[in-house]
Write a protein that binds this ligand. Sequence first.
Ligand code: SAM
Ligand code: SF4
Length: 339
Amino acid sequence: MDRTAFTATASPLIDAFGRTISYLRLSVTDRCDLRCVYCMKARPDFLPKAQLLTLEELTHVADAFIRRGVSKIRITGGEPLVRRDILTLIENLGARIGSTALEEVCLTTNATQLPRYAEQIAAAGVKRINVSLDTLDAGRFDTLTRGGRLSDTLDGIEAAAQAGLQVKINTVALKSGNADELDRLVSWSHEQGFDITFIEVMPMGDVGFDRADQFLPLTAVRDGFEQNWTLSDIPDRTGGPARYVRVAETGGRIGFITPLTENFCAGCNRVRLTCTGQLYMCLGQSDRVDLRAALREGGPDALDQALDAAMQAKPEAHDFDVSRGAGPSVGRTMAHTGG
Ligand code: SAM
Ligand code: SF4
């Protein structure tokens, strides 16, 4: 392979507000083997497979970003590990680490497929994965995921740890779903040696009911933790929006991602590509650039030009607001955009 072809030679991606974009979240499918209540409808209208970028196209687009200095790519979805041949993409991208601008490939997953894939994912060069886990109660897991089995996710987490992958747990805080269990999730995660990050539910897509019934502000969650634990703010940043605290009693870290209660857009370093090749410059806005068209119909410079246009169009901040009632702030779901 001619590694020089991947060297970051082109100008870096800098948006109109001076923010350097070094992080791409790449959604490889909108499909999933679970149906989390806050993420998608019970019977989602999945995209026809023909609309998806092929693995070759995904790799090609990723290379365009890497040439422009993107150093971190997170593979996500939908559930990325339900896409056939996903390992090929992970291996292709892993092979670029170190010899290009790319420094890290990571993954966000519900972990159900990890018993099958964890070792190969680690062998491909992935070091860290985020696993979504909202409850440790099997009945509640079944309810929140509409039919999922907790043991599948726990087996996947164990397989990941065995394979040497560093696991971080992501938990969406839900007023009527897991609010009474968040302390337990912290204790459990820290016992396993995992960080845990809590996320406020975002009003994305029509999931069939009012977001206000689900929304639990993390300010209240943190207040609750402080009744039981000694928390100290720590400056650790993992290149993302999470703010971290250390728990004196467990020694572990808790992250808080607070898109609704504390806007973090000023430091945004990322963009998101959907599995159909639409580049969204902000999770909470609808501005997008069609990279699939640039890829399939444009000339040799079309992708680079599209990336330049995207930088000019990246909004300053998101527009999430759960107080609008039942209506979502953006029409597409997280699974479509790539969480
Ligand atoms: N299926 C994988 C998983 O669950 O980890 C990856 C995709 S999922 C869309 C990525 C993350 O988005 C998960 O942590 C999930 O909990 C979160 N998520 C989905 N819908 C959300 C919403 N409306 N608000 C906040 N987080 C959401
Ligand atoms: Fe699937 Fe992840 Fe959405 Fe749950 S959050 S339905 S696991 S894509």
